[in-house]
Design a protein around this ligand. Structure first.
Ligand SMILES: [Zn+2]
Length: 168
């Protein structure tokens, strides 16, 4: 489901109109104050390493089902991005970690499910032992050295990998 395309005002059920509000085309309600502002979803990514190798998960659900990637997920209300990052690492890869530093803040558009996302990537050091795929969202977890990374990841992360280093 790409971001919900509201047809009715969620506050008073009046059919929404569309027009320029605050310099952008937006949906709004003519009967109350409601304006449909669209914001990216906040996502955190754990670029997690142990002994110079990267911890990757294989996604068991869309988007990108069957692809390897870094543990990631949405920030929940009440969490800091750092807390969300370590929680996702634990949920998806079954390991605990320690935030080393903020690596990137960027934008990504997922055309499959979630639409526009604000993506915050942290470098994380894995502090516990064997990773386990214990979430329904993940079917395999393992470490990759820099040279073993799937080509689609190695390409998109070349600059990050150079920056953080890793064993090849
Ligand atoms: Zn309304």
């Amino acid at each position: 489901m790409l971001p919900i395309d509201y047809r009715y005002c969620p506050e008073c059920s009046t059919p929404l109109s569309e027009g320029m509000v605050d310099g952008r085309l937006r949906k709004y309600c003519t009967q109350c104050h409601f304006v449909r502002y669209e914001n990216p979803l906040p996502v955190v990514v754990a670029l997690a390493q142990k002994d110079g190798r990267f911890l990757l998960i294989r996604r068991a659900i869309p988007p990108k089902k069957g692809y390897w990637g870094f543990p990631s997920g949405f920030v929940e209300s009440g969490e800091t991005p750092e807390e969300a990052c370590l929680r996702e690492l634990e949920e998806e890869a079954g390991v605990s970690g320690e935030i080393q530093r903020l690596l990137r803040v960027g934008r990504l558009e997922d055309t499959e499910l979630y639409g526009d996302m604000l993506v915050v990537t942290y470098l994380v050091r894995v502090t516990s032992d064997t990773p386990v795929a214990e979430s329904d969202e993940v079917d395999e977890v393992r470490y990759y050295s820099a040279s073993e990374l799937p080509s689609y990841l190695a390409r998109s992360l070349r600059d990050v990998i150079e920056e953080v280093g890793g064993t090849s």
